[in-house]
Design a protein around this ligand. Structure first.
Ligand SMILES: Cc1cc2nc3c(=O)[nH]c(=O)nc-3n(C[C@H](O)[C@H](O)[C@H](O)COP(=O)(O)OP(=O)(O)OC[C@H]3O[C@@H](n4cnc5c(N)ncnc54)[C@H](O)[C@@H]3O)c2cc1C
Length: 401
């Protein structure tokens, strides 16, 4: 196989997926990660079959299912009463072509990808290595400056993949001139050990969703059903920090969800304060420039999105798979490689970004005169056609890279 050397900036889910996929094709991949220690902290993630089919191709699904959780349905309930509105089955037609809808702890999926990359490449992620600068050395190579232990060092690679998240430095090189925008939403995130909840307040084994005025609450099991993970999103513009590791105040979170049903408040109240995080939600508009010189973007670096469709990581995994196929096919034709990758990914991810934004408006309707018919419509759909959810999202979930 080719001797191309590829640098990946960022060892998040996107960067590690790309590192694994490219190493499996035999490329020489080096991953630079700015944090000194790899740790994806307390939060779960939902992965639909468009992403789990790829995990299956990489031989990771058996392990992922063992350490994750397979929900039986998507369940919608009323934010104030907690009463069920509708329930749409998932995971009832799992097959070779239709891998499971999976709930998994971020650290667990991250760990699986890391281990698989290390095995495939025989290399380790370069930690504490922050991209400081990058430029095209000539038509066929990039120069990157990496800062590590207070020292700057330059390296040359045939390609640089920017998987460095929403505030990507690589993006500033590829498509300069735009800033991530605060969306006015703050997400509280936490994990609750199941044994701390009485049976009355234990959730159904579903992807549970409650839509309230200017807020919503998503909760589901992870780690074989031993923990409940939740994301509680509320519109508020007084706080704009982003960090997976910023500890939050339990009292303040409960105040945000005052007036919500007993199950929601009970779950929130049982959060270990040490594992309660909050995160300001930013996004960016879709762009069509994904590549420049020998540099390519991937994941949140190019298409950050609101979590209202649970697809940010799934899209990064799809990008990675597509990118590796393009490298396999066109490694000697760089312009074609970039065009095919961009054409395959830009339109689809833009649609997902915009749909996630639209869902924000639907989930957070404040006017009870609109909220009521929304819920009635979903209840009617649930009674009439249990496959409604799967059919409506077939364009998203049934897509195969
Ligand atoms: C509340 C919430 C819930 C979500 N739920 C879901 C879900 O259910 N399903 C789903 O699919 N997605 C979900 N997402 C989205 C998902 O988490 C992200 O889309 C995904 O993690 C993006 O991965 P990434 O690798 O592209 O970026 P990141 O995870 O941001 O990783 C970027 C990496 O690059 C590193 N880095 C940054 N700058 C540099 C530099 N200069 N040098 C070196 N390294 C650098 C960072 O340290 C980091 O490790 C959710 C997001 C949020 C906020």
């Amino acid at each position: 196989m080719s001797e191309l050397s590829i640098a990946i900036i960022g060892a998040g889910i996107g960067g590690l997926s790309a590192a694994l996929a490219l190493s499996r094709q035999g490329f020489d991949v080096t991953v630079y990660e700015k944090t000194a220690e790899l740790s994806e902290v307390g939060a779960g993630i939902q992965l639909s079959s468009n992403a789990t089919n790829i995990l299956y191709q990489w031989g990771l699904m058996d392990q992922a299912k063992k350490i994750g959780f397979l929900p039986k349905a998507v369940k919608l309930s009323h934010w104030r009463t907690g009463d069920q509105i509708a329930r749409f089955p998932v995971n009832h037609n799992e097959s070779f072509h239709n891998q499971a809808y999976l709930h998994i702890h971020r650290a667990d999926i991250h760990g699986l990808l890391l281990q698989a990359y290390e095995q495939a490449s025989g290399k380790k992620v370069v930690l504490g290595a922050s991209l400081h600068d990058l430029s095209a050395k000539d038509k066929s190579q990039m120069t990157i400056t990496i800062e590590q232990d207070g020292q700057q060092q330059t390296y040359e690679h045939d390609w640089v993949i920017g998987a460095d998240g929403i505030h990507s430095k690589v993006r500033d090189f590829v498509a300069p001139g735009s800033q991530a925008r605060f969306t006015g939403n703050v997400a509280w995130r936490g994990l609750v050990p199941v044994e701390s909840l009485t049976s009355l307040f234990r959730p159904d084994p579903c992807a549970n969703l409650m839509m309230g005025p200017g807020a919503h609450f998503v909760y589901y099991y992870v780690r074989g059903g031993h923990f409940v993970n939740y994301v509680a999103v509320i519109e508020r513009d007084d706080w704009q920090e982003e960090s997976w590791t910023l500890k939050a105040n339990l009292e303040e979170m409960l105040d945000d969800f005052a007036g919500w049903n007993a199950q929601t408040r009970n779950i929130l109240a049982h959060t270990d304060p040490e594992s309660c995080y909050r995160w300001a939600l930013y996004d960016r508009d879709p762009i069509s420039t994904w590549c420049r010189d020998r540099c390519i973007l991937l994941g949140d670096a190019v298409h950050p999105m609101l979590p209202f469709l649970a697809q940010g990581a799934a899209m990064a995994i799809e990008d990675a798979y597509q990118l590796a196929s393009c490298f396999k096919e066109f490694s000697q034709q760089p312009e074609q490689l970039k065009n095919v990758y961009t054409n395959a990914r830009a339109q689809r991810t833009a649609k997902v970004q915009l749909q996630a934004r639209k869902n924000m408006q639907i989930y957070h309707i404040r006017n009870p005169l609109i909220q009521f018919p929304r819920d009635q419509y979903l209840a009617w759909r649930g009674r009439r056609d249990p496959e409604f959810f799967n059919k409506k999202l077939a364009w998203l979930y049934d897509y195969r890279v």
